[in-house]
Design a protein around this ligand. Structure first.
Ligand SMILES: [Fe+2]
Ligand SMILES: [Fe+2]
Length: 161
């Protein structure tokens, strides 16, 4: 049946896109691990000592995310990437926190999209795993915005579609 074949082909394309997008997420998780390892140990100033501890715990959570995402890529028949996204560094503590906040905001936007893709493919358990990561990334956003004394950036729902 032509219709079934077309549907199957569409599903295969969507699964391949999901694998590619999850590999993009994995590159961002590696980037986050590296950034938090470095920033947590190099951030200077008495005002930043409590956020330094937070950043150290973020590093460990980002590693847990990388493991979860790799597992989903393998489950879908893909190969997890070895490449992190580039990490920006700065001597300024505020700059470091801003780089992290920008990255977390982008990550939240991406994972909202990923949950939708998983659900469209009927991969409900995978959507659930990604939702758990999403909750954690939003906590990271809040920690960073609080340390910077600013509001958490709002992601328009039209943007996250
Ligand atoms: Fe993460
Ligand atoms: Fe994060």
């Amino acid at each position: 049946m032509a219709t079934t074949t077309e549907t199957e082909r569409a599903t295969r394309t969507d699964r391949e896109k999901l694998i590619a997008d999850l590999n993009g997420d994995l590159s961002r998780e590696y980037q986050a691990i590296i950034a938090y390892v470095i920033y947590s140990q190099t951030i200077k100033g008495a005002a930043y000592m409590s956020i330094a501890k937070e950043l150290e715990s973020h590093a460990k959570q980002e590693l847990a995310h990388a493991l979860t995402i790799s597992k989903q890529i393998d489950y879908l028949g893909g190969t997890p990437t070895t490449q992190p996204n580039p990490v920006r560094t700065s001597e300024s503590a505020d700059d470091m926190l801003r780089f992290d906040l920008d990255n977390e905001t982008e990550t939240v936007r991406n994972y909202r999209q990923r949950v939708r893709q998983c659900e469209a493919l009927g991969e409900f358990a995978m959507a659930e795993e990604i939702r758990k990561i999403l909750v954690n990334e939003q906590e990271h956003q809040i920690d960073l915005a609080t340390a910077l004394g600013i509001d958490v950036p709002i992601i328009a729902s039209s943007e996250s579609r």
